[in-house]
Design a protein around this ligand. Sequence first.
Ligand SMILES: C[S@@+](CC[C@H](N)C(=O)[O-])C[C@H]1O[C@@H](n2cnc3c(N)ncnc32)[C@H](O)[C@@H]1O
Length: 181
Amino acid sequence: MLPRVVILRWGHRHRDQRLTSHVALTARALGACGFVMADIADSKVKETIEKVTDCWGGNFYFEMGQPWKRVVKEWKANGGVTVHLTAYGENIQSSDVMKRIKASGKDVLVIVGSQKVPAGFFSEAISDFNVAVGNQPHSECSSLAVFLDRFFEGKELSEAVSPNAKKKIVPQARGKRVVEV
Ligand SMILES: C[S@@+](CC[C@H](N)C(=O)[O-])C[C@H]1O[C@@H](n2cnc3c(N)ncnc32)[C@H](O)[C@@H]1O
């Protein structure tokens, strides 16, 4: 069985609603099983994600408001590893960091920031791995997408329909086709 991957989003601000929603939708579409928006509750984001999951299926869960330190502590206490995505980390392409993460065989909590993260995120106490999706700054959305795609080796993209879906997209070269499931 593949390890479970959950995303911890740190630093959400209400003005970031759209971006946080996109990070959660990326997580869901690329194989993660859950998303935690740390410290802050934002019902608009929750509503957006739950609507998508209700329509397109899957067992993706969305949680919010828990203090990030507690989420990390509980994850580690339950035997999981933590991966902090940061431009300053070990390069996902030119180092063996992904190999070491996979070799752990453990469930993975992926931590992504928004504005500058607290320095403590880089420490062993918080992050077992600091991973850079290239050492150029870009975004939580793009770094998460690349990380998940490499972690699941693209297999997550071939899932045609999720469990409990109400609708599914029928892929085609042109136009849009959606059918009830
Ligand atoms: C807009 S960036 C924050 C940049 C912030 N000024 C800093 O110095 O940390 C938001 C988040 O995107 C992710 N990110 C950005 N570039 C990345 C990269 N090259 N590799 C991995 N993660 C990255 C990190 O999780 C970061 O916290």
